[in-house]
Write a protein that binds this ligand. Structure first.
Ligand code: UDP
Ligand code: MG
Length: 354
């Protein structure tokens, strides 16, 4: 039995060697390969990975032409994995390699997906912990298929689960939702999530919010429908307000407060309309991006993996530069020099030298 470990990396030069030590230690009794997907690192990561690949053939490296994002890197790793079971994990040791034997144990008992569930999250701010908690709970209610809370991308997939995930080639990827959507047999394994071994997070607030929004929009049409609910609620409130105003006008001498309430209502209505419009716009933009059917990632380099003849749906694999491209030679012939314009229709402006 072969275990593949897929590790997306972005600027993780410090953590990769630590990761390799812990991996080797944890997997003494298992036959394994590791696939690092370099998601356009700009530090020393490429040379660190090349060195690791040189030491051992079972360390495989795939390099993207630029940063395509964590989810695209996970997708590429799953595309290139050969194992009977595949584990996706972070490079920063927040996902402990020591958990792998227990995950394999559960896999051998017949589970397609083994999901380590974070019981605690060390080294993360209170803000991140709380927003994550709220997000998982909200999404659990919005999504059509319930997603397991507090499970990240650290997961074990059986071979058939990998084949199933490979067939889902959508542009805006939210792996956790895709796993839930597949509905395969899943088991949870609680663990304590430690702080990063070194370096700093590659998921700053804005990127995290964007990722959360992808999660919501990929698996729920609720934001599109929210305007209907908001519209109904506001209409009822408006009608009640109208009744109230009519009553005041007919039976009391109280002056109806003027512009302030009108302006307030105007603001609320405009806000809700813009919000709804924005949500619709976002779905339209996402459909547009999907319709273009661009590749999910571009691979330009690989170690211990042959790219020649590799063809994957919706992925661009630029093979080893073994096939030389004919250079385009521009010869400076006389005809290449633009001829002076002789047409009578062309009259240079007076005083301007043509
Ligand atoms: N990562 C990646 N591409 C990105 C962002 C992150 O490949 O655009 C990798 C990163 O190197 C790490 C994993 O994805 O191995 C998780 O990222 P990180 O630890 O920074 O996120 P956090 O755990 O803080 O949410
Ligand atoms: Mg991390």
């Amino acid at each position: 039995m072969l275990l593949s470990i897929v590790i997306p990396v972005l600027n993780e030069a410090q953590t990769v060697p630590l990761m390799m030590v812990r991996l080797r230690d944890a997997l003494r009794k298992v036959s394994w390969e590791v696939i690092f997907v370099d998601d356009g690192s700009t530090d020393a990561t490429p040379s660190v990975l090349a060195l690791e690949a040189l030491k051992e053939e079972r360390v495989k490296v795939i390099r993207f032409s630029r940063n395509f994002g964590h989810q695209a890197a996970v997708t590429a790793g799953l595309d290139f994995a050969n194992g009977d079971a595949v584990v996706v994990m972070d490079a920063d040791l927040q996902d402990p390699p020591e958990l792998l034997p227990r995950m394999l144990d559960l896999f051998e008992r017949g589970y397609d997906i083994v999901s380590p569930q974070r019981r605690s999250r060390e080294g993360e701010t209170v803000f991140k912990r709380w927003t994550a908690k709220i997000f998982y709970r909200v999404l659990a209610h919005l999504a059509e298929q319930p997603m397991t809370p507090d499970v990240g991308d650290f997961r074990l997939y059986s071979r058939r689960a990998v084949l199933a995930i490979r067939s889902l080639r959508e542009q805006h990827r939210y792996m956790r939702g895709m796993v839930a959507w597949l509905g395969l047999k899943e088991v949870m394994l609680p663990f304590e999530r430690k702080a990063r071994a070194a370096g700093q997070t590659n998921y700053p607030l804005l990127k995290m919010l964007r990722f959360a929004w992808t999660g919501v929009t990929s698996f729920s049409a609720f934001p599109l429908r929210i305007s209907i609910a908001a519209g109904c609620l506001l209409s009822v409130a408006g009608f009640l307000y109208l009744l109230c105003v009519t009553y005041l006008a007919l039976y009391t001498t109280t002056l109806i407060p003027g512009w302030a309430s009108v302006v307030a209502l105007q603001c609320i209505f405009s806000g809700v309309i813009l919000l709804a419009l924005g949500a619709v716009g976002d779905y339209v933009a996402r459909s547009y991006e999907e319709a273009k059917e661009r590749p999910l990632y571009v691979v330009t380099d690989a170690r211990n993996v042959s790219l020649a003849g590799k063809s994957l749906p919706r992925a661009l694999v630029l093979a080893d530069a073994a096939v030389p491209l004919d250079p385009v030679v521009v010869e400076e012939t006389e005809s290449a020099v633009p001829a002076p314009i002789t047409s009578p229709a062309y009259q240079p402006l007076a005083g301007v030298r043509a």
